[in-house]
Ligand binder design. Structure first.
Ligand code: COA
Length: 254
């Protein structure tokens, strides 16, 4: 089965995470497919807007933990980093629909979307610390900026989930809707955008984000260096092994 479904219609490219049996956790191959799709959407005039969505029960359980354990990203050209650079620098509008758990990169990728619609069952979390890791996707910069420092510290130091209403309050999502409607709402908004002059959309997004690309790129390189090192260290290895063995991690020995 194709783990990333790609559909283009009426100027909208819809990318659907489709690995439900593993809670839409994202493998290197899936990051590669997402990065390739964004690169295609960037250059193809017929694609004016991209929608990223999951299932009404789950957006994404984050990075595939088996990949973290057995094939961690090795270089800046690894699919995950290609995807992160692609989403952070994407020049056309990006719309997301999020229902159920959005773990790790399932939450941090939303920081790079322009419009986000959440099901009222959405549960966002960035449990990097609980996995012996540190933030990625420039979330160490963007989350404090968006949430305020203290709420960011709860999300990133405690790594506890927060829910749709809190996400609405801090501005991570635009609207909370019933889970069965989230993908349709995102699609309707995307179609509204696709009917507008693309040059105006691109220029307006560029101006709203002016100054950010270089700062985000620099932060992602710094985060990536730490994240890549920490992935191979004992705390993270224990966290991933514990997840695979369906037990609680024991950090007392690392
Ligand atoms: N990587 C690889 N496999 C994953 C996964 C991940 N990130 N998340 C879930 N899965 C797999 C489980 O191992 C399980 O596989 P199995 O059926 O072969 O045993 C299957 O998906 C179902 O997961 P399960 O945990 O039973 O589902 P749930 O509904 O009880 O919980 C989550 C859903 C998302 C809350 C939970 O799976 C979870 O916390 N996942 C890990 C999230 C994480 O830490 N991601 C990394 C962030 S950096």
């Amino acid at each position: 089965m194709n783990d990333i479904l790609t559909h283009v219609d009426a100027g909208v490219m819809t990318l659907t995470l489709n690995r439900l049996e593993k809670k839409n956790s994202i493998t290197a191959a899936m990051y590669g497919a997402l990065a390739d799709a964004l690169a295609r959407a960037e250059v193809e005039a017929a694609i004016r807007v991209v929608v990223l969505q999951g299932h009404e029960t789950i957006f994404s359980a984050g990075n595939d933990i088996g990949d973290f354990l057995n094939a961690p990203p090795a270089t800046s050209e690894s699919p995950v980093y290609r995807f992160l650079r692609g989403i952070a620098s994407f020049s056309k509008p990006l719309v997301a629909a999020v229902c159920g758990p959005a773990v790790g990169i399932g939450t941090t990728l939303l920081l790079h979307c322009d419009l986000v619609y959440a099901g009222d069952n959405a549960a966002f979390s960035m449990p990097f610390v609980n996995l012996g890791l540190c933030p990625e996707a420039a979330s160490s910069l963007l989350v404090p900026r968006m949430f305020g420092y203290h709420r960011a510290a709860e999300a990133l130091l405690l790594g506890e989930p927060f829910f749709a209403e809190a996400a609405l309050e801090v501005g991570l999502v635009n609207r909370v809707v019933p889970p069965t409607e989230a993908n349709a709402v995102a699609q309707a908004q995307a179609r509204k955008l696709a009917a507008k002059p693309i040059t105006s959309l691109i220029e307006t997004k560029r101006l709203m984000k002016k100054g950010q690309p270089a700062i985000l790129a620099e932060r992602m390189v710094e985060e990536g260096a730490s994240f890549g090192r920490m992935l191979r260290e004992p705390a993270a290895r224990e966290a991933f092994t514990a997840f695979m063995e369906k037990r609680r991690p024991d950090f007392t020995k690392v």
